[in-house]
Design a protein around this ligand. Structure first.
Ligand code: SF4
Length: 353
């Protein structure tokens, strides 16, 4: 939806000044959460910046705030809406900012996979969904005794699941699920793929311990073995760290795998003077280079998330001006039944962590 013309006509300096003024006027009634992949011009206003796990925790803790404004993509704002208290309202400055991967799984397809796998595993299976999924998929998982995970705690949640049942159905990221299972010593032959666009024969997956959904993040799935080889040739001695949403072939060649927070820690702990090539969203890599000027931080290849980059200062100011007038613009809500089951899946993650 286009913004009113006056917001588009403002200069960057005027926008910046107006946002700081609105923040000051709203004081403790407002908390702005910003994902690391946001533009620099937007992230500067975040009271808390972080990855999806850190921001879920902040959303659950921000009890004093009346308004939570989430600068990220839709599933993140939905998660905040699920975890917040009844007196709080969550807004997302650009409601059209969706995560394509989250949209690769839905409840109907999840139910189909669940029933097919139940025909070979019976009740000995637990569903786990990545945080990057819709509220309805989180609710599906919550109803069946499963939990949410993030890239920071996926292994911990897989271990939690294996203490309860013998098999895992993991949605919706093939690569995070595969890298996590491989990292736990599960052989590739015991990791199956649920191709939801096809109708896999469940008998062909009966021997697997983990079945991963055929979904992917287009930003991370595009890093290639050739990217790693090129960086190694051009920067001998460079350390390479990649996000676990990258394909397993890329992960296998990297020096380390790291969630968003893990990548930040990796760069922070690298010795001054070192060169680090990072396989994740470009805005974060670019910011890390500015924050650590005594080391060289390079993108493994320049890949940006289009929807994460949709939020601009103009959009943020539009929402904040509404709050100053007592109007919650671009509010994100989740229906009570979905929120109940999704919250259970999120709480299991937060407790397990
Ligand atoms: S970076 Fe990937 S997982 Fe994150 S919002 Fe963009 S498409 Fe989704």
């Amino acid at each position: 939806m286009p913004l009113p013309a006056q917001y588009e006509a403002m200069s960057d300096a005027a926008l910046e000044e107006a946002i700081w003024r609105a923040k000051e006027a709203l004081g403790e009634r407002l908390v702005i959460l910003g994902h690391h992949y946001q533009r620099d011009e937007v992230i500067q206003f975040a009271d808390h910046r972080g990855d999806s796990l850190g921001l879920s925790r902040q959303a659950a803790k921000a009890e004093k705030a009346e308004y939570i404004v989430f600068c990220g993509v839709y599933f993140m704002a939905e998660t905040a809406a699920i975890l917040c208290k009844p007196h709080q309202a969550v807004s997302q400055p650009v409601p059209e900012a969706l995560c394509p991967m989250a949209r690769m799984a839905n409840r109907r397809e999840a139910e189909r996979a669940w029933q097919a796998l139940a025909s070979v595993w019976g009740e000995d299976v637990i569903p786990i969904t990545y945080q990057n999924s819709t509220a309805e998929v989180k609710a599906f998982v919550g109803e069946r005794g499963g939990a949410v995970c993030t890239s920071a705690n996926a292994q911990q949640i897989f271990e939690w699941a294996f203490r309860r049942r013998g098999h895992i159905l993991f949605m919706p990221d093939e690569h995070l699920g595969t890298n996590t299972a491989l990292g736990m010593g599960i052989p590739l032959e015991e990791i199956g793929l649920w191709d939801w666009a096809d109708s896999p024969d469940p008998c062909s997956l009966a021997h697997c311990r983990v079945v991963v959904w055929k979904g992917f993040c287009y930003v991370h799935a595009e890093f290639t073995v050739e990217d790693v080889q090129r960086v190694r040739a051009q920067h001998p001695g460079a350390l390479i760290v990649v996000h676990p949403e990258c394909p397993r072939q890329v992960a296998a060649l990297a020096d380390a795998l790291g969630s968003t927070t893990g990548i930040i820690d990796f760069v922070a702990q690298a010795p001054p003077g070192s060169t680090i090539a990072v396989g994740t969203e470009w805005h974060l890599v670019n910011r890390l280079q500015k924050e650590f000027p005594d080391r060289t931080v390079l993108p493994l290849a320049r890949r940006a998330c289009a929807t994460m980059g949709m939020t601009r200062m103009n959009d943020l100011l539009y929402v904040l001006d509404g709050l100053l007038d007592g109007e919650v613009r671009h509010r994100v809500t989740v229906d009570p039944d979905t929120a109940h089951w999704a919250r259970l899946a999120l709480e299991r993650m937060l407790e397990a962590g």
